[in-house]
Design a protein around this ligand. Structure first.
Ligand SMILES: [Zn+2]
Length: 132
């Protein structure tokens, strides 16, 4: 399965604003500078998202976004926010809803689901591509 779609699904499972920004850029042709302000995503971070989802080709991506944007936004998030106690009282972490592992930032959550829950992601892609 293609890396671009895999990345898109991972964003859909972790950050709906990232998916909306990706949609607005590729389908509605809104420039990144505007989207960065609208969704409060730093410009270099947004450019990273846009590059990673387009890895398997822009035409395919635009088609997929048009057909599946509602379903992408409806996918349940894959993490819970948890408060972990530390010596300053507590800090926000994220626990994986599939296996319960706790991570201190979203980058680590994404890395975790990409490598530990590949089947989960591939099942979603298959369902979407079937139109189910
Ligand atoms: Zn997990």
């Amino acid at each position: 399965m293609s890396d671009g779609l895999e990345n898109l699904i991972i964003y859909a499972l972790t950050d709906k604003d990232a998916v909306k920004a990706i949609y607005d850029y590729y389908v509605l042709n809104i420039p990144p500078a505007v989207l960065s302000g609208k969704y409060k995503i730093r410009k270099y971070v947004l450019r990273g998202y846009l590059a990673r989802v387009s890895a398997s080709g822009r035409i395919k991506l635009v088609k997929f976004l048009k057909e599946n944007i509602d379903k992408l936004l409806e996918l349940p998030l894959i993490y819970n926010e948890v408060k972990v106690n530390n010596n300053v009282g507590g800090v926000k972490h994220y626990s994986c809803r599939i296996c319960g592992k706790v991570y201190k930032n979203m980058k680590k959550v994404r890395f975790h689901i990409r490598f530990k829950h590949k089947d989960y992601i591939n099942n979603i892609i298959t369902q979407f591509c079937r139109g189910g």
